[in-house]
Write a protein of this length. Sequence first.
Length: 349
Amino acid sequence: MSPAHDLLLRPVAPEDLPALERIAAATADGISSLPEDRERLRERIERSCQAFASEDAASGEETYLFVLEERGRVIGSSGIAASAGFHDRFYSYRNEFVVHASAALGVSQRLHTLHLCHDLTGVTLLTSFYIEPAYEAGLAPQLLSRARLLFIALFAERFNSRIAAEHPGLVDAQGHSPFWDAVGRRFFNMDYAQAEKVVGGRSKAFIADLMPHSPVYVPLLPEAAQFAIGQLHPVGELPFGILQDEGFDADTYIDIFDGGPTVEGRLELLRSVRQARRLALRPGALGLGQEHWHLVCTERRRDFRASLARLPAGVQELSPEHRVFERLGPPPGASVMVSPLDAVQEELR
C-alpha cells in the first residue's frame, strides 16, 4: 500500500507535546512559529484545543494547530491564526515603486521602495508548517498545507476571507540576515538571531514601532540586502511552492525582519477551495473512471480529520465502506468534502 494511504491530519492534542517539542527543536532560528519553551508550547496546544472545542462566536483570537501523522507517529505540523495582529498591529514591508522625474533635465527614474505598513492586520494567517525531511517529496506536504484551506472554507464565519502566510527569508549558516543587517540592525543593537530570540514567537509590533516610518529606498541598500528582498530560505521553498500553486500572490509584502516573502490571497479564489465539493455518503456507492489523488476531509470542527484517497475525477458520492474511513473514522455525517490534488502529484508516492 502507498504510504499516502497511511496519512492523517487532525487537531493537536495534549499528548502531542513531546512530538511538537521535537519539531520545534528541529527547525532553525526564525523559521518556525512554534516556541521551543515547553510551557509556552503547552499553552499553544491548550489554546488550540479550546479553539476547536469552543461553541462561542469566534473572536478572532483563536489559533488552530494541526498535526500530521503516519500510522500514529507525528511527522509534521501546520496552523492557522484566525486574525493576524489580534493583540498588536501586524507589520510588513509593502513593495512599491515611485517615479522621480525632472522635465527640465529630461530624466525619469522608477525606484523600488519599501513602506512599513499594517495592511495585513486582521487577515487569517497560515502558520507553523513543518514536515520531516523524509516526507518532503511525497503527498504529505500537500495534505498538511492544503487541508487548512478546506477547514477555513468549512468554518468561514471564524476566519477572514483574506489569507496570508509569512515565509522565512535568507539567513546564512551563522544566523546572519543580509536584510536585517542593512535595515533592522541600524535601529537595534542586536543581530538577527538575538532579535528573533527577543521576539520569541511573540508579536513583532514593538520592533516595528521603533523602525522609521519613512520609505526605505532599495537602491541605497547594500547589494546583498537588495538581493535578499523577497528571497526564500531553503526550508521555505516547499510550503511557498504549495501556496503559489494555490494562487497566492507573493509580490506585494515582505517580512520586516529578514525580507522573506509574505503571500496573500482571497479564500474563494484559491484552487483547493474553488475545486472542492461535497460528496454524499451512500452505502455501496461505486465510482467509475480513472482514479486521481484527492484530499478528503470531514465536516466537523472539533473532530476534523483529513486524509488522502484515490477517487474518480467526477465522482459524486462515496461509500462509507471506502478505506479512507479507516483513517478518518466512522463517517461523521451525510457528506464529506473533497478536493483534487495537482495532476503532477500522480507520480509521487
